[in-house]
Design a protein. Structure first.
Length: 103
């Protein structure tokens, strides 16, 4: 039986000077806090869904993450921050692998 997540957040999995890996459960309408990514990353949708990426200035994009698929978002533009908001009705869970030395 699948584990039921009680909150949105980051669960560290592994880190060194080249890479950080974390698992993120993202519950419906429970956004991650504003944050940024200095480096590109791979996102693997363990449980997919519909994610809104909302920039601090109010602009947003909707991404449909399919379970089992991998995605390659670039580093964030300098001086920007965003939130990840699950706009679906089921939890999303993603494994994130962020490169620490890539641009």
């Amino acid at each position: 039986m699948a584990e039921v997540r009680s909150q949105t957040g980051r669960e560290p999995q592994f880190a060194n000077d080249q890479v950080k890996v974390w698992k993120s459960p993202i519950l419906p309408n429970s956004p991650l806090p504003l944050h940024r990514h200095e480096h590109p990353r791979v996102i693997v949708a363990l449980s997919g869904g519909r994610m809104e990426i909302r920039e601090q200035d109010g602009r947003s994009e909707i991404h449909d993450w399919q379970t089992g698929n991998a995605y390659w978002p670039p580093a964030n533009a300098p001086g920007t921050m965003h939130q990840d908001i699950n706009v679906g009705d089921k939890p999303i869970e993603a494994m994130v692998v962020e490169l620490e030395t890539a641009s």
